[in-house]
Design a protein around this ligand. Sequence first.
Ligand code: FES
Length: 349
Amino acid sequence: MLGNQSSLTLYFLPLLQRLWPGFLPGQYRARLVGKQWQTADMLQLSFQVSGRWPGFLPGQHLLITLQHQGRYISRPFSICSPFSLWQSHRQIQLCCKINSAGEFTPLLQQLQNGTVVNISAAQGDFCRQQPTLPTLFVAAGSGITPIASMLLSQRHWLAPVTLYYRCRGSENAALLSELTQLAARQPLFSLMLSDSRTEPAETLQQQLLTDSNDKQFYLCGPAAFMQQIRTALLSSAVKPAQIQQEQFGLAMPLATGHSNDATPLTASFIRAGISTQVTLNPQQSLLQNAEQHGLAPRFGCRMGVCFQCVCDKVSGQVRDLRSGALSGHGAEQIQLCVSQPVTELVIKL
Ligand code: FES
């Protein structure tokens, strides 16, 4: 089994977690050093990050992993602080919208200063590519966080930049004071607030369209809002390559299928010596496949972070949904939540 093991860390994980409780492979430690409400529901968290954390590009996000009721759960959050804060103090800030009915964000609200959490490396490619070109940023709600990081990190201003910030009144605009100060001291930066209580979305769209010539666009906000703006821009002279949009979470490539024949894939899931054979949907992870057949495997983050869904593959091949890498065909341990079936499988749950 070890011969097929892509990482010995996975094999020795139970032992490592006994030695270092909370240890997760590929994660970094971050200590909470400050909490501050930006608006009634946006909480800004400041973390002192491990010296091993490899840093970030302004606009990127990371996963925070917390332990809750015996399992790990993870969520992505954009870094909202300037690059200089990490460079000078090894600190980063995240602005998190607290949803009191949700599972994760109320836990963030309860964190005490000094608490250590796991964070991932920064990820995502929502970063400013061509600072020499005139740029329009469009943010709505918590979509301001990666855009604020990009703007507050900008050292050399080479072209005009305008931020259209859509919010329900200035009292609900997170990071507004930092951005207002930036606009006051940087003549190439303009801040335009669009109050969703008094200004229809069409008015903002019209402003963007009249201001769109040869501009780069960076959009971040609720999916429906971004789609509306994107559609309006594309229906004018703006080309798709001029528009960048933030996308949170793992970009999971869909399966290209195991073969060209129409024979459905099957897997045998073995638990306590009893084998259950199921037909697999190759477009889904093995965790989703098993759940759809009522098998309820153990899981935590569902993002490949916490390793709680690790189990033994006895035979067959899977694809890692994050990297596209193919496994071997023999016995090895796999993470069900980020493994996609490629061939017939036998798996011990
Ligand atoms: S559920 Fe966390 S790694 Fe699979």
